[in-house]
Design a protein around this ligand. Structure first.
Ligand code: NAD
Ligand code: TYD
Length: 345
């Protein structure tokens, strides 16, 4: 493996992964293929071109377009695909599911067809713990558990995973899958809860907490996730899926209070607002399978959150541009009525 096609590499996790892999593997070249949707942002890769020169290339294109995908593979002599490209926000999948089905399912199929046609060494699918659905207290999902997705986002990611498995079984494409828990860290688009709460708190704006705030997520640092994907690529067995998280869960209300504490802001900024429909209350995974390959999470939740808060404090240039643009209209649609309902517009 030397020439990687990283689809969705201009997004949050993809851009962290590109930087991480180029730093760790001086003999690798990476070509990013990204459509640059609202979530894609070349600011996320600003330093990469300067630092890594001709070991890095960028192609603007859609993973649903077989011609664009095949040209990129051919031109850059690609031997491995790592697929991050997706529509990723659960709330948007509730109001505008169309792009989720198209990119997350059909786009994955196009990439798998290309992997088969070119006989690639590896196709890696970046998936999510959300494919398991809502997990009862006391249980941790294992890789062989049935997939029971409950939102249009997680259903599209589960659909993609079934295709990935099918291409392994039917066509012998050497695939691996990682199911990551919620990531936090630099360059996360501020529609996701942690960067939304941090940037709102910096501006003394309310933090809209869905329902009772007792939903639990396993928040992991993005670079730990990147290292887990590297582990699956280098040591994973073709045909296998690997859970990837810290194994420690935190209720949203605890996360919100910690952010306020780190920023020295009052808890009165928290607003309990109308819940998300079909909201999964808990995700929790058993991560012993990837630990068996030697991977370990390096950041506790507190360390990951602290590093994330620091990054947003030091990089206002990055997020103020986003929050001042089209994001404003999204925020109004998603939160204005909710916040009015909580007594604050
Ligand atoms: P993101 O929304 O920040 O970035 C997605 C990227 O994909 C953007 O750059 C976007 O422009 C690109 N893209 C979207 N549609 C495309 C298309 N049709 N063709 C080419 N590019 C396209 O997402 P993220 O949070 O970085 O997530 C990356 C991957 O990791 C996704 O597959 C997601 O399901 C998975 N994942 C995310 C998390 C998380 O906590 N964020 C956790 C587990 C798994
Ligand atoms: P999110 O970042 O959207 O990730 P996911 O739904 O994929 O896990 O949300 C994380 C948790 O935070 C989830 O339980 C929903 C909750 N949440 C809020 O309470 N308020 C918000 O404004 C958002 C966006 C999420």
């Amino acid at each position: 493996m030397r020439n990687l096609l990283v689809t969705g590499g201009a997004g949050f996790i993809g851009s962290n992964f590109v930087r991480f892999m180029l730093e760790r593997h001086p003999d690798y070249r990476i070509v990013v293929l990204d459509k640059l949707t609202y979530a894609g942002n070349l600011d996320n890769l600003k330093d990469v071109e300067e630092r890594f020169g001709d070991r890095y290339a960028f192609v603007r294109g859609d993973i649903c377009d077989a011609k664009v995908v095949e040209e990129a593979i051919h031109k850059h002599d690609v031997d491995t695909i790592v697929n991050f490209a997706a529509e990723t926000h659960v709330d948007r999948s509730i109001t505008e599911p169309d792009a989720f089905i198209r990119t997350d399912v059909y786009g994955t199929y196009v990439l798998l067809e290309a992997a088969r046609k070119f006989g690639l060494e590896r196709y890696h699918q970046v998936s999510t713990d959300e494919v398991y659905g809502d997990i009862p207290e006391g249980y941790r999902s294992k890789e062989d558990d049935p997939l029971r997705p409950r939102s249009p986002y997680s259903a599209s990611k589960a659909g993609a995973e079934h295709l990935v498995h099918a291409y392994f079984t039917t066509h012998g494409v050497p695939i691996t899958i990682t199911r990551g828990s919620n990531n936090i860290g630099p360059y996360q688009y501020p529609e996701k809860v942690v960067p939304l709460f941090i940037t709102n708190a910096i501006d003394d704006e309310p933090l809209p907490l869905y329902g009772d705030g007792m939903q639990k997520r396993d928040y992991q640092y993005v670079l730990d996730h990147c290292e887990g994907i590297e582990t699956a690529l280098l040591k994973g067995k073709p045909g296998e899926a690997y859970n990837l998280g810290t194994g420690v869960e935190t209720p949203n209300i605890v996360m919100a209070k910690k952010i306020l504490d780190l920023l020295g802001k009052p808890e009165s900024l928290i607003r309990h607002v109308k819940d998300r429909p079909g909201h999964d209350r808990r995700y929790a995974m058993d991560v012993s399978k990837i630990e068996g390959l030697g991977w370990r999470s390096h950041h506790s939740f507190d360390e990951a959150l602290e590093a994330t808060v620091r990054w947003y404090l030091e990089n206002e240039w990055w997020w103020r541009k986003i929050k001042g643009g089209a994001f404003k209209e999204y925020y109004r649609r998603q939160y204005a009525e909710r916040l009015r309902g909580s007594g604050q517009a």
